[in-house]
Write a protein that binds this ligand. Structure first.
Ligand code: C5P
Length: 309
Protein backbone atom coordinates (compact mmCIF):
# COMPACT_ATOMS: atom_id res chain seq x y z
CA UNK A 1 0.00 0.00 0.00
CA UNK A 2 1.72 3.21 -1.14
CA UNK A 3 -1.12 5.73 -0.67
CA UNK A 4 -3.73 5.79 2.09
CA UNK A 5 -6.40 8.44 2.69
CA UNK A 6 -8.04 8.65 6.13
CA UNK A 7 -10.50 11.01 7.82
CA UNK A 8 -9.95 12.94 11.08
CA UNK A 9 -13.29 14.09 12.53
CA UNK A 10 -13.94 17.05 14.82
CA UNK A 11 -15.32 16.67 18.37
CA UNK A 12 -17.75 18.63 20.49
CA UNK A 13 -17.79 18.81 24.28
CA UNK A 14 -21.44 18.49 25.33
CA UNK A 15 -20.44 19.58 28.82
CA UNK A 16 -17.03 20.21 30.34
CA UNK A 17 -16.53 20.33 34.09
CA UNK A 18 -13.17 20.89 35.77
CA UNK A 19 -12.64 18.59 38.74
CA UNK A 20 -9.17 19.61 39.93
CA UNK A 21 -5.78 20.99 39.03
CA UNK A 22 -2.61 18.92 38.96
CA UNK A 23 0.78 20.17 40.16
CA UNK A 24 1.94 20.38 36.52
CA UNK A 25 -0.86 22.88 35.78
CA UNK A 26 -3.05 20.50 33.75
CA UNK A 27 -6.68 20.25 34.82
CA UNK A 28 -8.59 17.10 35.61
CA UNK A 29 -12.02 17.17 34.00
CA UNK A 30 -15.25 15.32 33.33
CA UNK A 31 -16.50 15.96 29.84
CA UNK A 32 -18.84 14.29 27.34
CA UNK A 33 -17.00 14.11 24.02
CA UNK A 34 -18.78 13.29 20.75
CA UNK A 35 -17.40 12.89 17.20
CA UNK A 36 -19.12 14.85 14.40
CA UNK A 37 -19.04 14.57 10.62
CA UNK A 38 -16.85 17.61 10.00
CA UNK A 39 -13.57 16.02 8.92
CA UNK A 40 -10.01 16.80 7.90
CA UNK A 41 -8.58 14.34 5.37
CA UNK A 42 -5.05 12.99 5.64
CA UNK A 43 -3.23 11.42 2.69
CA UNK A 44 -0.20 9.23 3.44
CA UNK A 45 2.27 8.39 0.71
CA UNK A 46 5.37 6.25 1.26
CA UNK A 47 8.51 7.85 -0.18
CA UNK A 48 12.07 6.65 -0.88
CA UNK A 49 13.73 9.32 1.27
CA UNK A 50 14.07 8.51 4.96
CA UNK A 51 12.02 11.56 6.00
CA UNK A 52 8.69 12.77 7.38
CA UNK A 53 7.33 15.49 5.10
CA UNK A 54 4.14 17.40 5.82
CA UNK A 55 1.97 19.65 3.71
CA UNK A 56 -1.14 21.29 5.21
CA UNK A 57 -3.72 22.67 2.80
CA UNK A 58 -6.62 24.96 3.65
CA UNK A 59 -9.86 23.31 2.47
CA UNK A 60 -12.17 25.11 4.88
CA UNK A 61 -15.52 26.17 3.48
CA UNK A 62 -14.90 29.87 4.15
CA UNK A 63 -11.20 29.90 3.25
CA UNK A 64 -10.33 33.07 1.38
CA UNK A 65 -7.56 31.25 -0.51
CA UNK A 66 -8.70 27.67 -1.03
CA UNK A 67 -5.80 25.16 -1.15
CA UNK A 68 -3.37 27.69 0.30
CA UNK A 69 -0.64 26.08 2.40
CA UNK A 70 -0.90 26.56 6.16
CA UNK A 71 2.49 26.89 7.83
CA UNK A 72 2.78 25.32 11.27
CA UNK A 73 6.32 24.93 12.68
CA UNK A 74 7.34 21.24 12.97
CA UNK A 75 7.67 21.41 16.77
CA UNK A 76 4.04 22.64 17.07
CA UNK A 77 2.70 20.36 14.37
CA UNK A 78 1.08 17.33 16.02
CA UNK A 79 1.04 15.35 12.76
CA UNK A 80 4.79 15.82 12.33
CA UNK A 81 5.45 15.03 15.99
CA UNK A 82 3.26 11.89 15.90
CA UNK A 83 4.94 10.58 12.74
CA UNK A 84 8.44 11.34 14.05
CA UNK A 85 7.69 9.66 17.36
CA UNK A 86 6.45 6.47 15.66
CA UNK A 87 9.45 6.48 13.33
CA UNK A 88 11.83 6.66 16.31
CA UNK A 89 9.94 3.80 18.00
CA UNK A 90 10.19 1.69 14.85
CA UNK A 91 13.97 2.30 14.70
CA UNK A 92 14.36 1.31 18.38
CA UNK A 93 12.45 -1.90 17.71
CA UNK A 94 14.53 -2.62 14.62
CA UNK A 95 11.49 -2.40 12.29
CA UNK A 96 12.44 -1.37 8.74
CA UNK A 97 10.22 1.49 7.57
CA UNK A 98 10.24 3.93 4.67
CA UNK A 99 9.77 7.69 4.78
CA UNK A 100 6.36 9.25 4.44
CA UNK A 101 4.78 12.30 2.87
CA UNK A 102 1.59 13.40 4.69
CA UNK A 103 -0.85 15.84 3.14
CA UNK A 104 -3.40 17.27 5.58
CA UNK A 105 -6.50 18.79 3.99
CA UNK A 106 -7.95 21.06 6.69
CA UNK A 107 -11.69 21.48 6.91
CA UNK A 108 -11.82 21.84 10.70
CA UNK A 109 -11.11 25.40 11.84
CA UNK A 110 -7.98 25.87 13.98
CA UNK A 111 -8.11 27.08 17.61
CA UNK A 112 -11.86 26.46 17.55
CA UNK A 113 -12.42 23.98 20.40
CA UNK A 114 -13.15 21.23 17.86
CA UNK A 115 -10.01 19.15 18.45
CA UNK A 116 -8.80 19.34 14.84
CA UNK A 117 -5.08 19.18 15.65
CA UNK A 118 -5.58 16.35 18.15
CA UNK A 119 -7.74 14.43 15.69
CA UNK A 120 -5.14 14.80 12.91
CA UNK A 121 -2.57 13.52 15.40
CA UNK A 122 -4.71 10.50 16.35
CA UNK A 123 -5.43 9.61 12.71
CA UNK A 124 -1.69 9.87 11.95
CA UNK A 125 -0.85 7.45 14.77
CA UNK A 126 -3.54 4.97 13.68
CA UNK A 127 -2.72 5.18 9.95
CA UNK A 128 1.06 4.91 10.32
CA UNK A 129 0.69 2.04 12.80
CA UNK A 130 -1.08 0.24 9.95
CA UNK A 131 1.10 1.36 7.02
CA UNK A 132 4.37 0.69 8.84
CA UNK A 133 3.09 -2.62 10.33
CA UNK A 134 4.09 -1.55 13.83
CA UNK A 135 1.33 -3.61 15.48
CA UNK A 136 1.01 -1.21 18.42
CA UNK A 137 -2.13 -1.85 20.48
CA UNK A 138 -4.88 0.72 20.90
CA UNK A 139 -3.71 1.28 24.50
CA UNK A 140 -0.12 1.87 23.35
CA UNK A 141 -1.33 4.35 20.73
CA UNK A 142 -3.41 6.17 23.36
CA UNK A 143 -0.37 6.46 25.61
CA UNK A 144 1.75 7.89 22.81
CA UNK A 145 -1.17 10.18 21.92
CA UNK A 146 -1.49 11.49 25.47
CA UNK A 147 2.18 12.54 25.41
CA UNK A 148 1.31 14.72 22.39
CA UNK A 149 -2.02 16.21 23.53
CA UNK A 150 -4.67 15.65 26.20
CA UNK A 151 -7.52 15.14 23.68
CA UNK A 152 -5.69 12.62 21.47
CA UNK A 153 -6.64 9.40 23.39
CA UNK A 154 -10.35 10.18 22.89
CA UNK A 155 -9.96 10.18 19.10
CA UNK A 156 -8.07 6.87 19.23
CA UNK A 157 -10.86 5.43 21.40
CA UNK A 158 -13.10 6.33 18.48
CA UNK A 159 -16.55 6.77 20.01
CA UNK A 160 -18.58 9.04 22.33
CA UNK A 161 -17.05 8.96 25.78
CA UNK A 162 -17.14 10.46 29.22
CA UNK A 163 -13.56 11.69 29.42
CA UNK A 164 -11.81 12.02 32.78
CA UNK A 165 -8.32 12.65 34.13
CA UNK A 166 -6.72 15.16 31.77
CA UNK A 167 -8.04 13.12 28.85
CA UNK A 168 -6.58 9.66 29.40
CA UNK A 169 -9.59 8.01 31.11
CA UNK A 170 -12.34 7.10 28.64
CA UNK A 171 -15.63 5.74 29.96
CA UNK A 172 -18.46 4.45 27.73
CA UNK A 173 -21.10 7.13 27.16
CA UNK A 174 -23.57 5.81 24.61
CA UNK A 175 -25.53 8.50 22.79
CA UNK A 176 -28.36 8.25 20.29
CA UNK A 177 -27.78 10.09 16.99
CA UNK A 178 -27.60 13.85 17.55
CA UNK A 179 -27.52 16.83 15.19
CA UNK A 180 -25.69 20.06 15.88
CA UNK A 181 -25.79 23.55 14.50
CA UNK A 182 -22.19 24.69 14.68
CA UNK A 183 -20.94 28.26 14.39
CA UNK A 184 -17.32 29.18 14.10
CA UNK A 185 -17.00 32.91 14.68
CA UNK A 186 -13.97 33.33 12.42
CA UNK A 187 -11.39 33.83 15.18
CA UNK A 188 -9.42 31.38 17.28
CA UNK A 189 -8.93 31.27 21.05
CA UNK A 190 -5.71 29.99 22.65
CA UNK A 191 -6.33 26.93 24.87
CA UNK A 192 -3.49 27.67 27.34
CA UNK A 193 -4.76 31.26 27.66
CA UNK A 194 -8.21 29.97 28.69
CA UNK A 195 -6.90 27.36 31.13
CA UNK A 196 -4.60 29.87 32.87
CA UNK A 197 -7.08 32.78 32.89
CA UNK A 198 -7.75 34.30 36.36
CA UNK A 199 -11.51 34.27 35.63
CA UNK A 200 -11.57 30.53 34.85
CA UNK A 201 -14.46 28.80 36.63
CA UNK A 202 -12.64 26.34 38.92
CA UNK A 203 -15.73 25.31 40.83
CA UNK A 204 -14.34 21.77 41.18
CA UNK A 205 -17.15 19.27 41.67
CA UNK A 206 -17.08 15.59 40.70
CA UNK A 207 -20.20 13.99 39.19
CA UNK A 208 -21.02 10.58 40.64
CA UNK A 209 -22.31 7.72 38.49
CA UNK A 210 -25.97 8.73 39.05
CA UNK A 211 -25.25 12.25 37.82
CA UNK A 212 -23.37 10.86 34.82
CA UNK A 213 -26.34 8.64 33.92
CA UNK A 214 -28.69 11.62 34.32
CA UNK A 215 -26.43 13.66 32.04
CA UNK A 216 -26.58 10.94 29.38
CA UNK A 217 -30.40 10.74 29.57
CA UNK A 218 -30.73 14.54 29.29
CA UNK A 219 -28.43 14.67 26.28
CA UNK A 220 -30.25 11.79 24.58
CA UNK A 221 -33.44 13.85 25.01
CA UNK A 222 -31.73 16.76 23.24
CA UNK A 223 -31.19 18.89 26.34
CA UNK A 224 -27.88 20.27 27.54
CA UNK A 225 -26.61 19.06 30.91
CA UNK A 226 -24.25 20.92 33.26
CA UNK A 227 -22.10 23.55 31.59
CA UNK A 228 -18.81 24.30 29.94
CA UNK A 229 -16.60 25.68 32.75
CA UNK A 230 -14.23 27.19 30.18
CA UNK A 231 -16.86 29.65 28.93
CA UNK A 232 -16.25 32.20 31.70
CA UNK A 233 -12.59 32.63 30.76
CA UNK A 234 -13.19 32.46 26.99
CA UNK A 235 -15.91 35.12 27.27
CA UNK A 236 -13.47 37.45 29.06
CA UNK A 237 -11.00 36.96 26.22
CA UNK A 238 -13.69 37.37 23.53
CA UNK A 239 -16.66 39.33 24.97
CA UNK A 240 -18.39 39.25 21.57
CA UNK A 241 -19.01 35.51 22.06
CA UNK A 242 -20.78 36.16 25.38
CA UNK A 243 -22.76 39.01 23.81
CA UNK A 244 -23.90 36.80 20.97
CA UNK A 245 -24.95 33.93 23.25
CA UNK A 246 -26.92 36.41 25.33
CA UNK A 247 -28.53 37.95 22.24
CA UNK A 248 -29.40 34.50 20.83
CA UNK A 249 -30.52 33.05 24.19
CA UNK A 250 -33.68 31.28 22.93
CA UNK A 251 -31.45 29.21 20.63
CA UNK A 252 -29.58 27.62 23.57
CA UNK A 253 -26.00 27.69 22.42
CA UNK A 254 -22.96 26.32 24.21
CA UNK A 255 -19.23 26.65 23.59
CA UNK A 256 -17.13 23.60 22.69
CA UNK A 257 -13.79 22.99 24.47
CA UNK A 258 -11.88 26.23 25.04
CA UNK A 259 -13.73 27.94 22.16
CA UNK A 260 -14.19 29.64 19.84
CA UNK A 261 -16.94 27.44 18.31
CA UNK A 262 -20.46 27.43 19.71
CA UNK A 263 -23.27 25.00 18.94
CA UNK A 264 -26.86 23.93 19.60
CA UNK A 265 -27.93 20.28 19.98
CA UNK A 266 -30.96 18.48 18.44
CA UNK A 267 -32.46 14.98 18.32
CA UNK A 268 -33.58 15.21 14.68
CA UNK A 269 -32.28 16.59 11.44
CA UNK A 270 -35.50 18.62 10.99
CA UNK A 271 -35.09 20.32 14.39
CA UNK A 272 -31.50 21.14 13.54
CA UNK A 273 -32.46 22.64 10.15
CA UNK A 274 -35.12 24.83 11.82
CA UNK A 275 -32.60 26.00 14.43
CA UNK A 276 -30.07 26.64 11.66
CA UNK A 277 -32.51 28.95 9.86
CA UNK A 278 -33.26 30.78 13.16
CA UNK A 279 -29.58 31.13 13.81
CA UNK A 280 -28.83 32.58 10.39
CA UNK A 281 -31.58 35.17 11.03
CA UNK A 282 -30.06 36.02 14.44
CA UNK A 283 -26.61 36.33 12.92
CA UNK A 284 -28.00 38.80 10.38
CA UNK A 285 -29.49 40.97 13.15
CA UNK A 286 -26.46 41.29 15.43
CA UNK A 287 -23.17 43.21 15.21
CA UNK A 288 -20.89 41.22 17.52
CA UNK A 289 -19.81 38.39 15.26
CA UNK A 290 -18.84 39.81 11.89
CA UNK A 291 -17.52 36.86 9.96
CA UNK A 292 -18.55 33.31 10.67
CA UNK A 293 -19.00 29.82 9.25
CA UNK A 294 -21.93 27.69 10.25
CA UNK A 295 -23.61 24.45 9.31
CA UNK A 296 -25.49 21.39 10.50
CA UNK A 297 -23.46 18.32 11.50
CA UNK A 298 -24.33 14.87 12.80
CA UNK A 299 -22.73 12.73 15.50
CA UNK A 300 -20.76 9.65 14.48
CA UNK A 301 -21.43 6.41 16.28
CA UNK A 302 -17.84 5.36 15.61
CA UNK A 303 -14.73 6.96 14.16
CA UNK A 304 -14.94 6.89 10.34
CA UNK A 305 -11.27 5.76 10.15
CA UNK A 306 -12.45 2.27 11.20
CA UNK A 307 -14.16 1.93 7.80
CA UNK A 308 -10.78 2.46 6.11
CA UNK A 309 -8.20 0.73 8.31
O1 C5P B 1 -2.56 18.84 25.86
P1 C5P B 1 -2.83 20.05 25.03
O2 C5P B 1 -1.60 20.51 24.28
O3 C5P B 1 -4.02 19.91 24.16
O4 C5P B 1 -3.19 21.22 26.06
C1 C5P B 1 -3.01 22.59 25.77
C2 C5P B 1 -3.03 23.39 27.06
O5 C5P B 1 -4.33 23.35 27.65
C3 C5P B 1 -2.11 22.87 28.14
O6 C5P B 1 -0.83 23.46 28.02
C4 C5P B 1 -2.80 23.29 29.41
O7 C5P B 1 -2.50 24.65 29.68
C5 C5P B 1 -4.25 23.24 29.06
N1 C5P B 1 -4.96 22.03 29.48
C6 C5P B 1 -5.25 21.83 30.83
N2 C5P B 1 -5.92 20.71 31.21
C7 C5P B 1 -6.33 19.80 30.30
C8 C5P B 1 -6.06 19.98 28.93
C9 C5P B 1 -5.38 21.11 28.56
O8 C5P B 1 -4.91 22.66 31.68
N3 C5P B 1 -7.00 18.70 30.71
Amino acid sequence: MRILKVPAPAKLNLFLHLTGRRPDGYHNLQSAFVLINLCDELVFELIEEDEVRIEILDKRAGASFLNQKIDIPDNQNLVFRAATKLKEMAKLRGVEISGVMIRVEKQIPLGAGLGGGSSDCASTLMALNKIWNLELSCEELKQIGLSLGADVPFFIGGKSALVEGIGEILKPFHLNPLWFVLINPGFSISTPQVFTHPKLNRNFRVMDSDAIEKARAEINAGRFYGSNYLESAAFEIRPELANFLDFAKPLQLRMSGSGSSIFSMHVSSDDAETAYADLLAKLEEQKDIRSYECGVYKSYEKHPIFDVL
